[in-house]
Design a binder for this molecule. Structure first.
Ligand code: HEC
Length: 177
């Protein structure tokens, strides 16, 4: 019979085996990862701005970077090209994905920063500095008339920018979260 006493004996044998096994018997795949390496991938920003890094940028600074690193795909002034328009007043009146734009489909301004920093430019993700990402976010928000032309975006100001469609998202299956 499997009594508690035997169970604890089994557990200590197992522990002894595990500690005896130690690293020497691992498959020797990969290498230990240090905190700094983890931190460089731990870049998620929450809707309320938690996780936003230091730095700042203005629409004017962003315009220069945009012309150099983004317009080839997203078109002059964000009007669209081979990749989606980043500046648009399109309304959503159907289910076509093409109708989704930054203004009508991103609920939190902080998501724009997060997405650009992790994924753009498409051919060189993670190549932008935090200041550049703030500037590009400021430029896109300003062109969409969501902030003023000389507003500075940083960890304090960006989360305060309210996206126009923010109140119209529903959680379809709240019990599954
Ligand atoms: C080589 C082409 C290319 C370049 C250059 C590029 N992008 Fe993109 N961008 C894309 C593609 C393709 C997508 C769609 C990606 C997806 O859906 O996964 C995209 C998506 C985006 C989105 C999300 C759009 C939305 O409506 O959800 C943003 C914001 C964005 N890019 C910003 C930028 C910025 C800022 C730059 C310059 C630093 C840039 N992109 C450079 C191709 C590009």
């Amino acid at each position: 019979m499997f009594t508690p006493k035997r169970a604890s004996f089994a557990a200590s044998v197992l522990l002894a085996m595990m500690s005896g096994a130690s690293l020497a018997e691992t498959p020797n795949l990969g290498k230990p990862i240090d905190e700094a390496a983890i931190a460089s991938w731990d870049i998620s920003i929450l809707p309320d701005g938690t996780g936003l890094p230091k730095g700042s940028g203005t629409p004017a600074q962003g315009a220069v970077i945009y012309a150099e690193k983004c317009s080839a795909c997203h078109g002059d002034n964000g009007k669209g090209g081979t990749a989606a328009a980043l500046v648009s007043d399109r309304k959503i009146d159907g289910i076509s994905a093409a109708q989704k734009t930054i203004k009508n489909f991103i609920g939190d301004s902080t998501t724009i920063f997060d997405f650009i920093r992790r994924a753009m430019p498409f051919q060189a993700p993670r190549s932008l500095t935090d200041d550049e990402v703030y500037a590009l976010t400021a430029y896109i928000l300003s062109e969409n008339k969501l902030i003023g032309a000389s507003d500075v975006m940083d960890a304090q100001t960006l989360p305060k920018v309210k996206m126009p469609n923010r109140g119209n998202f529903i959680i379809r299956f709240p019990d599954r979260i």
